[in-house]
Design a protein around this ligand. Structure first.
Ligand code: MG
Length: 381
């Protein structure tokens, strides 16, 4: 039985994680749940899964939850609450699925407390990949990716050393504007929030759906892969694969390519991360390749989607630049969703902020957080 702490339980990854827990009641116990503001759903989840501790952002809501639940459950609040849950003495693995940068401190706290972590929040490895992975090595804990692409690469690598790898290939669905004939570059200025929120193959939260439309999501994943698998940026590449059946691939030095395939369902990488290194029977995912008929691949269009080039640059330069890219993109996506800037201005804004940044190499956590704050202010100017 593994004791699971789930940070971000009411979001899309969080609710999928609870489905996996439903499937495997003899293997997984939900020990802790943390949510942002959706305290109503957190209350329902608490009544169903009976965790030992929960946490919610707002202290007033924590008070309400404590009186509703009585003393059977510890109720915490705010960033302190996330840290308490992440370091809970009974936790075996902490799954972090909090949107934004709030997951960074809990991730490091969990690692330092000797817990395995499963990461769904991209910001953690994008901003602080160097620190997180070196701390994980120091404390002998596993850092497992919940993202379908990184889970695929992890499964394909199967413990092979970096020296045996020619390239890691991340697959990208290409997003709703992949088709160049339908969406030529000139039409990008007319892309609305509604159109950008229609993703062809995955149902996800708003920020990540816009990131999938700009391909910033894939750019962030390139940087994550660079740290997670300790491989230089030049050996991380992207191929567009609209069906989202091949979740990613490893090309080995002998030319052999190994891929992991399934119909898209986040429950699969979540289950793999939570049970690693074991696998458990699940009927949730069934894949009929014959029904797909054909799987197609194409080169990404770097001209219409400058996010990939910006991410490659951030990953190559390293230091504080990936944190700056990430923060500027968050501000830009929010501005796009509020209809303050156009779709092409998202990447233009990120580029402007990256160009203005003075990079600090091998930054401390404080320097990373300061670069993040600087980029947000710069992007808002
Ligand atoms: Mg992904």
């Amino acid at each position: 039985m593994k004791n699971v702490v789930l940070l971000g339980s009411t979001g899309s990854i969080g609710t999928s994680t609870l489905k996996v827990a439903d499937d495997l009641p003899d293997r997984l116990r939900i020990l802790g749940l943390a949510a942002g503001n959706n305290s109503e759903l957190l209350l329902q989840q608490t009544l169903k899964y009976k965790p030992a501790a929960i946490s919610v952002t707002d202290p007033a809501k924590a008070g309400e939850l404590q009186s509703a639940l009585g003393t059977a459950v510890e109720v915490h609040a705010g960033n302190d609450g996330l840290l308490k849950l992440a370091t809970h003495p009974d936790a075996d693995i902490v799954l972090i699925a909090i949107v934004g940068t709030a997951g960074l401190q809990p991730a490091l706290a969990a690692i330092r407390a000797g817990k395995d972590i499963a990461i769904a929040s991209k910001e953690i490895l994008v901003m602080a990949g160097e620190t997180v992975m070196s701390e994980a090595r120091k404390h002998g804990v596993n850092v497992l990716a919940v993202d379908s692409e990184h889970s695929a690469i992890f499964q394909c690598l199967d413990g092979k050393p970096g020296a045996s790898v020619r390239k890691l290939w991340l697959t990208a669905s290409g997003g709703p504007f992949r088709d160049r004939a339908k969406w030529p570059k000139e039409s990008f200025a007319d892309i609305t929030v509604e159109k950008a929120l229609k993703h062809p193959s995955w149902v996800m939260g708003r920020k990540i759906t816009i990131d999938s439309a700009t391909l910033f999501n894939k750019g962030l994943e390139m940087i994550e892969a660079r740290w997670l698998f300790d491989i230089e940026m030049a050996r991380v590449d992207v191929v567009v694969h609209p069906q989202s059946v091949v979740h990613s691939m490893v090309e080995f030095v002998d030319g052999s390519m190994i891929a992991q395939l399934s119909t898209p369902d986040m429950c699969l990488p979540i289950q793999y991360a939570l049970l690693y290194p074991e696998r458990a029977k699940s009927d949730r995912v069934q894949t009929s390749l014959a029904k797909y008929g054909s799987l197609t691949f194409e080169e990404p269009d770097l001209d219409r989607f400058p996010a990939l080039g910006l991410a490659r640059r951030a990953g190559e330069v390293g230091g504080t630049l990936p944190a700056v890219l990430n923060a500027a993109n968050e501000v830009a996506v929010e501005a796009f969703c509020q209809r303050k800037i156009s779709f092409p201005q998202i990447s233009a804004l990120v580029k402007r902020v990256m160009d203005a940044h003075h990079v600090t190499a091998h930054p401390t956590l404080e320097q990373i957080i300061a670069a993040d704050a600087w980029a947000r202010a710069e992007a808002g100017r």
